[in-house]
Design a binder for this molecule. Structure first.
Ligand code: SF4
Length: 339
C-alpha cells in the first residue's frame, strides 16, 4: 500500500469544518472580493439555486474584478432568470437513463451511481441544478439496489461515482460501497468524478488516501477544473497525494462564455493542469440547462477554438470537444473544420 509520508500527515485541517465554513450569502462574497456595488444586481432568491463557495476557492478570486473567472462560475446573475428556448430542466436525459435506485446506465460497460447530492460548491452552469437528488441518491444505507444492479450485469466493468460530488460522502461510507464490490469480479475500475480536490482540497486527507490506496481496483479521478487559476499550492498537494495513491487524474472542463472561451485560457488550463499531474480529457459544450444560457459558446466558435488550441499545444494536452446528447450511447464529438 502506498501511503503519504509521515511529514505530510501532520496538522491537516478537518475538511468537514472547511465544508461547513463555505460562503452561502452572495452579499458576503461580494464584500469579500471587494465588489459590494454588485449586490444591487443579484437576482431574487439566488434565481432558485443557492450560492455556495468554499472560502479557499473564494480566496483565489481577484479582488475588485467583476469578470474574475472563478467569481463568474459561482455568482448568481440576473441572466439566469431568462427563459431561453431549448434550455430545459433535465438537459442530459438523466431521468430516462435511470435503471435502479441511484444508478444511471447510459453507456455500455459502465454504470454511473449518483452517490451524493451534495456539492461543496454550486456552479451556476451545472446541468443538474434542477435534478431531484432527494429521490435519486444511492447514498449509504441505500446501496443495496444499486449494487445488486451492478452485481447482476457482468457487462459492467467500470463503476462511476458521480453526483453531486461523491467525495462529499465520508470515507467510511465510500468504503462501505467498495466493500460491496468485493465479490463482483467483473468490476475492475472505479472512476470518481469530483470537484473537491480543487474547490476543497482539505478533503484529500489521510483517511481518503489510505482508502484509495487499499482498493484492488484501477482508480481514475476525473477532476472538474475550468480555469488555470483554480489551481494553487493546496490543489497541487492534493493532486500529488492522489497520484501517490495510484490514482490516474484527468480533467473535464465546461466551455463557458466569458470564463474560458479563448485560446489563452484553454492553453493555460491544460498546461497548469499537466504541471499538477492532470491530463486534459473532455471539454464539454454546455448542457442546455434552464438558467445557464448566458454561458453558451456557439459550436462555430468552439470548433475554431479547438483549431487554435491544437496549434498552440502538443496533442496530448488538447481535450476532446464533446457534447452530451440525451439517449446517445456515448458523448458526441463536436467536429472541428479541417484546416
Ligand atoms: S455537480 Fe459538479 S458542476 Fe454541478 S454544482 Fe456540483 S460540483 Fe458544480
Amino acid at each position: 500500500m502506498i501511503t503519504a509520508s509521515p511529514s505530510a500527515r501532520l496538522s491537516r485541517p478537518d475538511w468537514r469544518e472547511a465544508w461547513r465554513a463555505a460562503i452561502t450569502d452572495p452579499v458576503q462574497l461580494l464584500d469579500l472580493v471587494g465588489l459590494p456595488e454588485l449586490a444591487s444586481r443579484l437576482p431574487a432568491d439566488n434565481a432558485g439555486f443557492a450560492l455556495r463557495v468554499p472560502r479557499g476557492f473564494a480566496a483565489r478570486m481577484r479582488r475588485g474584478d467583476p469578470r474574475d473567472p472563478l467569481l463568474l462560475q459561482v455568482l448568481p446573475q440576473l441572466a439566469e432568470l431568462d427563459v431561453v428556448e431549448g434550455f430545459v430542466r433535465d438537459a442530459v436525459g438523466d431521468m430516462d437513463a435511470k435503471t435502479a435506485h441511484g444508478i444511471l446506465h447510459k453507456y455500455d460497460g459502465r454504470a454511473l451511481l449518483i452517490a451524493s447530492g451534495s456539492c461543496a460548491i454550486n456552479c451556476r452552469y451545472c446541468f443538474r441544478r434542477h435534478f431531484p437528488y432527494g429521490d435519486e441518491i444511492a447514498a449509504a444505507g441505500q446501496w443495496r439496489d444499486a449494487l445488486e444492479h451492478v452485481r447482476n450485469d457482468s457487462s459492467i466493468n467500470e463503476l462511476i461515482l458521480s453526483g453531486g460530488d461523491p467525495l462529499a460522502l465520508t470515507t467510511r461510507k465510500l468504503a462501505e460501497l467498495t466493500d460491496g464490490l468485493k465479490n463482483v469480479p467483473h468490476v475492475t475500475r472505479l472512476r470518481i468524478h469530483s470537484r473537491l480536490p480543487v474547490v476543497l482540497p482539505e478533503r484529500i486527507d489521510d483517511e481518503l488516501i489510505d482508502w484509495l490506496a487499499s482498493l484492488p481496483l484501477q482508480k481514475v479521478l476525473v477532476l472538474h477544473v475550468n480555469h488555470a487559476r483554480e489551481f494553487d499550492a493546496s490543489v497541487d498537494d492534493a493532486c500529488r497525494r492522489l497520484r501517490d495513491a495510484g490514482v490516474t487524474l484527468l480533467n473535464q472542463a465546461v466551455l463557458l462564455a466569458g470564463i474560458n472561451d479563448d485560446v489563452t485560457a484553454q492553453a493555460d488550463l491544460a498546461e497548469r493542469g499537466f504541471a499538477a499531474g492532470v491530463l486534459p480529457y473532455y471539454l464539454h459544450q454546455l448542457d442546455k440547462v434552464a438558467g445557464a444560457a448566458h454561458f453558451e459558446v456557439p459550436d462555430e466558435r468552439a470548433t475554431e477554438l479547438m483549431i487554435e488550441l491544437r496549434n498552440a499545444l502538443p496533442g496530448y494536452l488538447v481535450p476532446r470537444l464533446v457534447r452530451e446528447v440525451a439517449g446517445e450511447p456515448s458523448k458526441r464529438p463536436v467536429a472541428s473544420r479541417a484546416r
